[in-house]
Design a protein around this ligand. Structure first.
Ligand code: XIL
Length: 314
């Protein structure tokens, strides 16, 4: 027993999870805290550069190790991410258009086949919309992918559907949570994919936010509701709530708790919102750094008040 109530015991089957990393699995306190969740995503191990660092040489060891740990702990597993301009191998960036197109197809095909029947949901494309998009249409991120294979998004989703018809295919991005103009642009972009019959099943709202810049409940609830009407699922995929130094005060934990609970409430209020994940287990392993205190467990991997607040929402 963990000595505290587990989120998964109250979620009634709803997927509530966290990003984890095998580099921490030798820490018993970290692994114990993982048991609060019933859903897992690998922080880095299933990304393009992690699996295919060398062209044609697919190394699934670390991604498999995450998946095996998930199985051992009775957690479902989320695939992240097939195609992303970041954490892509150098050799891919240097390829010419036609070769890159084939490499995109080959990576998606090989990874989806390897995990067929084991991972039911994948982020097919990550972060392809430019941050300057202001809600008036959308601008594509000017990445090497877009420059060399302008239709890489359509290609990626179509390939994924063809290779693995049962897998749920997601688009995942940040600043999509109703604060910035980009969130409206991403909505329009997803609506366009649907309109053009590109096979997409869901959208991941990363939800990297801060106490200073946090989604308002009504806005995020409305936005998720609009995605439901479009006919896609929604996952909150990478939630953390950073605190820049200017927000430090004794009430910071309760302010962070409000951001966490608003996100979970808005997700649970909309039937198409089928997953909720935070980006890391505790503050020490957060990509934000320990000092931002953005997660649910403290330095000793004991639950913080933000954790209890989430528990009370379930
Ligand atoms: C981050 C990881 O947390 C870091 O360890 C890594 O160095 C960079 O990537 N958006 C995403 C995630 O989709 O994959 C990123 O994860 C955080 C931002």
């Amino acid at each position: 027993a963990n000595g505290y109530e587990l989120l998964k015991d109250y979620s009634k089957g709803f997927r509530i999870g966290a990003a984890t990393n095998t580099i921490h699995y030798n820490n018993a306190n970290y692994v114990n805290a993982m048991k609060a969740f019933n859903y897992m995503v690998a922080e880095n191990a299933c990304k393009f550069v992690s699996i295919q660092y060398t062209k044609g040489n697919f190394n699934f060891n670390d991604c498999d190790a995450h998946l095996n740990k998930a199985k051992e702990l009775g957690m479902d597993f989320r695939g992240h991410a097939l195609i992303w301009h970041s954490m892509a191998p150098k050799w891919l960036e240097n390829e010419d258009s036609n070769t890159m197109k084939n490499s995109i197809i080959n990576h998606i095909t090989t990874v989806l086949k390897h995990y067929e029947g084991k991972i039911d949901t994948w982020d097919v494309v990550n972060e392809a919309i430019d941050d300057s998009s202001n809600g008036n249409g959308w601008k594509m991120r000017n990445s090497f992918l877009y420059q060399k294979v302008p239709n890489f998004i359509d290609l990626a989703f179509q390939t994924a559907r063809q290779v693995s018809p049962k897998t749920k295919l997601f688009y995942n991005d940040y600043n999509t949570e109703g604060i910035w103009g980009k969130s409206e642009s991403v909505y329009q972009f997803i609506a366009d994919l649907k309109k053009r019959n590109i096979p997409i099943d869901g959208v991941g709202l990363q939800y990297h936010v801060s106490v200073q810049n946090q989604p308002q409940y009504n806005k995020i609830n409305d936005l998720i509701g609009r995605y439901c009407k479009l006919g896609v699922e929604v996952h909150i995929t990478e939630l953390d709530v950073s605190c820049e130094s200017s927000c430090w005060a004794s009430d910071v934990e309760s302010k962070q708790a409000t951001v966490f609970t608003n996100a979970l409430k808005a997700c649970l209020a909309n039937s198409c919102c089928t997953g909720f994940l935070v980006w890391g287990i505790g503050d020490p392993d957060s990509w934000l750094g320990n000092d931002k205190k953005g997660l649910l467990f403290n330095g000793n991997y004991q639950p913080k008040s933000q954790y209890t607040a989430l528990l009370n929402v379930l």
